[in-house]
Design a protein around this ligand. Structure first.
Ligand code: NI
Length: 132
């Protein structure tokens, strides 16, 4: 295969993320940091595309993991979407972290907006939408 020259961009990452990347690289057998970053980005793009085609009324599960000290972030954001939240479970996972599960029913647009709001909040560690 011919070597293709890829544009180089610089990104800033904190130590925690760099450690996680290096661990993933080792465990999953990626050849370098760039490769793992590309794989992660491809996943986000695929997820986004999947989400963009959701339409009409649907049910979905939104999973969020965060530091316990950020509990109020989730609570505050939840209030903007009361009309689609049918069930909300909030539980401690360990010393510092909490998991929150939202069962959502309603307009795809609202579900998308809620997911976007959580996903762009930097304090939340993990946000995952499963549409049903
Ligand atoms: Ni909590």
């Amino acid at each position: 295969m011919l070597n293709s020259i890829l544009p180089i961009i610089s990104i800033s990452l904190n130590d925690d993320i760099i450690n996680d990347i290096d661990k993933l690289q080792k465990n999953l057998g990626f050849t370098g940091r760039s490769e793992i970053v590309r794989a992660g980005l491809r996943n986000i793009i695929a997820e986004q595309k999947e989400r963009d085609i959701l339409q009409g009324k649907l049910a979905a599960l939104l999973l969020i993991i965060h530091q316990e000290r950020d509990d109020d972030q989730v609570t505050n954001m939840r209030h903007d979407f009361e009309e689609i939240v049918t069930t909300h479970i909030h539980s401690k996972i360990d010393q510092d972290r909490c998991v929150e599960l939202f069962l959502l029913k309603g307009d795809a647009e609202l579900i998308r907006n809620m997911t976007k709001k959580f996903q762009t909040n930097k304090k939340l560690e993990h946000v995952k939408l499963i549409a049903m």
